[in-house]
Ligand binder design. Sequence first.
Ligand code: CA
Length: 228
Amino acid sequence: MKKVLILEDEISIRSFVVINLRRAGYDAVEAGTGAEALERLKEDPNIGVAILDIMLPDIDGFEVCRNIRATNKTIGIIMLTARTQEMDKVTGLMTGADDYVTKPFSPAELTARIDALYRRVDGDTRPDSQVINQGPFVLNLRNRTLEKNEHRIKLTQVEFAIIKLFMQNPGRALSREDILTAVWGRDYDGELKIVDVNIRRLRIKIEDDTTKPTYITTVWGFGYKWGL
Ligand code: CA
């Protein structure tokens, strides 16, 4: 059964999420503190998606996210953010989260996001021997690795999906909607801003100078283009 970790200190919200996860066919693993969440993840490598609340009694959700990402690039991470904390979304994504859901959220919304992440995690196992060489970059679709000048660049699943889309469409201007649909899926109903935040994070990893990006260039009022 597909496993999802839910980190939330408020028992009423946590129980609500657990009930709905089980109803949607997921196995729910619960944690009430950041430390407990990290412990559960260490014990169980089969957890494919983690849902992280931000305000916690010990370390905050961003710190938990950073800790998870330090050793695990493939797990899907969804942050639970408060409606009033707009910056939370951006901060969460910059610490390595894949997505966020704003409180209060509907069970359908949350499970749709988990399903979308799980589809991507599962996509991982598809055999694909293709290697794409472009300039200093080598993208290996089977190993899901990216190298720049023979140095490995560590990417999250979302970042990998974006770079793959770019490298399969060199020189083509892609709208933010195109990127959102290709990476997050047709059913995704989140905001376009998630594309920009992920591109910003990706630029930090791959550009020589992030103030003058040359690989991922902005197409004003439209989207982005991959060029060398
Ligand atoms: Ca909380």
